[in-house]
Ligand binder design. Structure first.
Ligand SMILES: NC(=O)c1ccc[n+]([C@@H]2O[C@H](COP(=O)([O-])OP(=O)(O)OC[C@H]3O[C@@H](n4cnc5c(N)ncnc54)[C@H](OP(=O)(O)O)[C@@H]3O)[C@@H](O)[C@H]2O)c1
Length: 257
């Protein structure tokens, strides 16, 4: 029976998750694999992805590890080629890897930092999605871009990062608009403050966390696993009519005062 419940299954699907050796990306990769997907774990370091794959395999999950610095065109091509060589298809692309090399006022950064952050956070997801497109055209697929609440509302000292995350949101909406005709859906997830290495500069600051958690409805910051469920839904056929959407998983930050 073709049940509604069965549409949540990712059985038979192949998913690439960039930046999945730790943090949010790792949790997403784990969630997708636990739900039946064959997962490609990726980050800049082969040893780091190999460790995650080993851990997943011990849990009975199906995964391979392919190192890929997402701003390197040759490594992006290798990621797609090796995925196809191993699994024969790509159904889900999660553009998760990102950087924030600079905290401070807009005028404090230089153009080298600007180019670097744009390259990794915007240009790379655009180009990687373009590489995956021909392989999703006949089967359909789901692209999930990990942005941030910073892409919706400016914080403090994160101006350039914020601008890249806004650009990623608009990129996603255009992917959804242009590629919907192929059955390809594209959506954005905007995490709030999540306890990972990436955001340590924020959550290690007790005063800042106290202020932040006081104002948001759920009164706490989140763990990376709490980002996985939304991505699992968007990756699955249960989300078959969801495209061009921007979904916050932020403890209510976007509705806080
Ligand atoms: N944490 C938060 O509070 C928060 C909030 C909103 C949005 N986000 C977004 O969530 C996503 C994941 O962040 P996170 O907090 O999970 O970060 P994280 O714990 O620091 O993990 C980042 C991952 O990306 C990889 N990576 C870094 N640069 C890369 C590159 N150039 N190419 C490929 N992989 C790269 C890292 O592994 P290697 O070092 O091995 O490459 C690692 O696996 C990012 O898009 C971030 O903007 C995070």
């Amino acid at each position: 029976m073709n049940t509604i419940k069965s549409k949540f299954s990712l059985e038979g699907k192949v998913a690439i998750v960039t930046g999945s050796s730790k943090g949010i990306g790792k949790s997403i990769a784990q969630g997708l694999a636990e739900h039946g997907a064959k997962v490609v774990v990726s980050s800049r370091k082969q040893e780091a992805v190999a460790l995650v794959v080993e851990e997943f395999k011990q849990e009975g999950l199906e995964a391979i590890g392919i190192a890929c610095h997402i701003a390197d065109s040759g490594q992006r091509e290798n990621l797609v080629a090796k995925t196809l060589e191993k699994f024969g298809r790509i159904d889900v692309l999660v553009n998760n890897a990102a950087i924030n090399p600079f905290y401070g006022p807009l005028e404090g950064a230089d153009d080298v930092v600007f180019d670097k952050i744009m390259d990794v956070n915007v240009k790379a997801p655009w180009l990687l999605s373009n590489l995956v497109l021909p392989h999703m055209k006949s089967t359909g697929g789901s692209i999930i871009n990990i942005s941030s609440v910073e892409g919706l509302r400016p914080g403090f000292g994160l101006g350039l990062y914020s601008a890249t995350k806004s650009a990623l949101i608009m990129l996603t909406k255009n992917q959804a608009k242009e590629w919907g005709r192929y059955g390809i859906r594209a959506n954005v997830v905007c995490p709030g403050l999540i306890k990972t290495k990436f955001s340590e500069g924020l959550w290690a600051n007790e005063k800042l966390v106290e202020q932040y958690t006081k104002t948001i409805p759920l009164h706490r910051i989140a763990h990376p696993e709490e980002m996985a469920g939304l991505v699992m839904l968007l990756a699955s056929d249960a989300a078959s009519y969801m495209t061009g959407g921007v979904y916050a998983a932020d403890g209510g930050y976007m509705i806080s005062g």
